[in-house]
Design a protein around this ligand. Structure first.
Ligand code: F6R
Length: 245
């Protein structure tokens, strides 16, 4: 595991964008697995800038998203497809035929999960996976207790995740369920980059770096991955032991 600590969330976003751009320059046909949420917004902004300066093209790469709420049509303002279109795909040269987000409104969600997992396999597996982390250690929507060998499936979100994510929805809770790429699928990625920003992620980050590997803290298993980098801002790193700084 490598740990890099950046000054603030903008520095974190820039560093993450540079890592993605480096991957695409080395392998233009890369297969990427990407997160949504507040943390990666700076990364997408910097990627758009790097693209505008004609330093990288996304046209040959394939993009998968980690998750989507169940029951949301794709144009819903809080859908992750819409998030990706508004924050990233709008402004770069991605080939939309090679952009995948789970369909949260599929008539048969189980079939949709199988189709999604097959699409990842068919593309040749993930070259670079970028993750955010929940305060409870979730990655994608793999909540505490998720099996380390799980695949893309429908999951029930914890009450705490539903409350934290409520701001995008009317009412005080996000939807009850989501489709998420599984832990086994994430762990099969050749490289993994986890981004964490802000003090409210410090405890989860300390558990990932210093805690035991346990399904109760899904991201803790990333310790075992042979090409895992943690990009943190100073606040997210604030609970780490000095020897890990
Ligand atoms: C979203 C995802 C989640 C988020 C996590 C952190 O696609 O995979 O695991 O990365 O909930 O979200 P933020 O960045 O909003 O704190």
């Amino acid at each position: 595991m490598q740990i890099r600590i950046l000054e603030d969330s903008d520095g974190l976003g820039r560093s993450a964008a540079e890592a993605v751009a480096k991957e695409l320059k080395a392998k233009p046909r890369s297969i990427l697995l990407l997160p949504t949420g507040s943390t990666p917004l700076d990364m997408y902004r910097h990627l758009i800038d790097i693209h505008a300066q004609e330093q990288v093209s996304f046209s040959q790469a394939t993009f998968f998203n980690l998750d989507e709420y169940l029951g949301l049509f794709s144009e819903h303002p809080a859908s992750y497809r819409r998030y990706m279109e508004e924050n990233f795909y709008c402004c770069v040269d991605t080939d939309l035929d090679r952009v995948y987000v789970p369909n949260g409104n599929a008539p048969d969600p189980a079939v949709e999960c199988e189709r999604y997992e097959e699409a990842i396999k068919g593309a040749g597996g993930i070259d670079l996976c970028v993750l955010g982390i929940g305060r409870n250690g979730h990655i994608g929507f793999n909540e505490p207790g998720a099996s380390f060998d799980s695949r893309t499936r429908v999951v029930r979100l914890t009450e705490s995740t539903r409350r934290v994510n409520a701001e995008d929805f009317e009412g005080d809770r996000a939807p009850e369920k989501a489709i998420t790429v599984g832990m086994g699928t994430i762990l099969g990625s050749k490289k993994i980059l986890l981004l964490a920003s802000g003090e409210n992620k410090a405890t989860a980050v300390a558990r990932v770096v210093e805690g035991p590997i346990t399904e109760e803290v899904p991201a803790s298993v990333l310790q075992r991955h042979s090409n895992f980098t943690l990009l943190l801002d100073q606040e997210a790193a604030s609970s780490l032991c000095k020897e890990n700084l």
